[in-house]
Design a protein around this ligand. Structure first.
Ligand SMILES: Cc1ncc(COP(=O)(O)O)c(C=O)c1O
Length: 435
């Protein structure tokens, strides 16, 4: 008999953010116009990239190098510029060799976990961002290990839980931090980052920090880059331009390797990640040439500040629209462009429903809801009844029922409609089992 073709890791791959699209398409075939609030793509939601950034890309297109392969680790000029950016801050020092380009952070995630020994585990936050949790889980064909983010404490990491789990499990070799966080929108204070660095030092662990949203911290909120606090602990920091330009189609991201010389085993592991990248030849060339020109442009700081303010305003708008809905808790985002709604304990205990006028679609939703998590049932009803597609929180490796929506809608009237409709649907759904 032929050997099984299916990898033992296959069952560990899930991506709730796009999985929900399949059901969205079913709903659409029933004539419902769908508003996609599931994916963090500002371009898909109507944002256009600033003309001066487009201008830089036009210049790059004229460079012959942008059309060829580049060195596996990336163009030296880009790596030198990004290393210089890190070194402008206090904290860990890096050289151009410590900057390695990938086809987006998602590619870096695949390589970083994919070439980690299956006996070495990286514990990550719950709720989790599925690209990390699935890749970590797939690298060892075991369920992902998580520490709690505490919804009663602004979704900050529960450091006691993290310590307990590290103490109990010697296979834990690394800690993942996502700051600012997806899906919660929380931003970690310096003291929290310092505590995690201290834990890593105490237990001889390495850190992975996903900082794709680090330039999208709302005004008045304090945090730092990991490089500013991890001055002696080995770490891999992931950065990219998908969100902050925004240019998700560039498929361009990079890692900053911190304190590599402090740990020879960690250094050999990073070599293996680069060797894996070499098999793929290199990452996208053109965007690498654009990044130093964009980051070095005097308009960039203002560009980042304006976008952070824009998302802060939208987070306030969403919070105000949802604040009076009983049975939920809304966590105001402090960074990135997502917010979460959490259902209060017991709020989803009944056979809640939303009015769906099409009887055939009503049947489809009833069948989709069978055996589904309580928050996913709300998400299916919301899609069929109001056409808004959000992501259930349990899809993010979370025990807390809720959902994530985005702050990306660019049309002011449409965005107001989305937030208002979410509030109305929540009231109707949670009221539907009473009386
Ligand atoms: C936390 C986080 N990391 C990484 C990514 C993917 O980044 P990239 O487009 O660079 O692959 C996303 C996309 O939503 C994200 O939210």
């Amino acid at each position: 008999m032929r050997a099984n073709l299916v990898s033992p890791s296959a069952s560990h791959l899930s991506y709730a953010i796009r999985d929900i699209v399949k059901f969205g398409e079913v709903v659409r075939r029933h004539g419902v116009e769908v508003t996609w609030e599931n994916i963090g793509d500002p371009i898909a939601k109507g944002e256009t990239v600033a003309p001066w950034i487009r201008g830089i890309m036009h210049e790059v297109v004229e460079l012959n190098d942008s059309w060829g392969y580049c060195p596996t680790e990336g163009f030296l000029e880009a790596r030198e510029a990004l290393a210089a950016h890190v070194n402008l801050r206090p904290g860990a020092r890096v050289g151009s060799n410590d900057i390695i380009f990938f086809n987006g952070v998602a590619d870096a995630v695949a390589k970083v976990y994919g070439f980690l020994s299956p006996h070495a585990r990286v514990i990550g936050p719950s709720p989790a961002y599925s690209t990390h949790s699935s890749a970590e889980s797939a690298h060892c064909a075991l369920p992902h290990l998580t520490y709690d983010l505490d919804p009663d404490n602004g979704w900050l990491p529960d450091l006691d839980d993290l310590r307990r789990k590290i103490e109990k499990n010697p296979s834990i070799a690394g800690i993942l931090i996502i700051n600012p966080n997806n899906p919660t929108g929380a931003v970690y204070p310096v003291a929290v980052l310092e505590e995690i660095v201290n834990l890593a030092r105490e237990f001889c662990l390495f850190l992975v920090a996903d900082e794709i949203y680090i330039h999208m911290v709302f005004p008045g909120v304090e945090t730092v880059h990991l490089s500013e606090v991890a001055t002696d602990v080995p770490a891999i920091v992931m950065r990219g331009i998908s969100k902050e330009l925004p240019w998700p189609g560039s498929r361009c991201g990079w890692i900053e390797v911190l304190n590599r010389s402090a740990d020879s085993n960690f250094s050999s592991y990073v070599d293996s990640v680069v060797a894996a990248k070499r098999l793929e030849v290199c990452s996208t060339s053109g965007p690498q040439l654009a990044v130093p020109r964009i980051f070095g442009d005097p308009r960039y700081t203002g560009h980042l500040a304006a976008r952070a303010q824009m998302y802060a305003d939208r987070a306030k708008e969403a919070g105000e629209a949802l604040q009076d809905v009983p049975g939920i808790r809304v966590h105001p985002a402090q960074g990135a462009f997502y917010m979460t709604v959490l259902f209060e304990h017991g709020a989803l205990d009944g056979e809640n429903r939303l009015t769906i006028s099409d009887s055939e679609l009503r049947e489809v939703v009833a069948s989709q809801c069978k055996g589904a998590a309580a928050d996913a049932r709300f998400v299916y009803h919301l899609l069929a009844s109001r056409g808004i597609c959000v992501v259930p929180l349990t899809g993010f490796y979370s025990p807390h029922p809720g959902f994530r929506f985005t702050l990306l809608e660019t049309d002011d009237a449409k965005r107001a409609w989305i937030f208002r409709t979410l509030a109305e649907a929540l009231v109707e759904y949670l009221e539907s089992v009473k009386g």
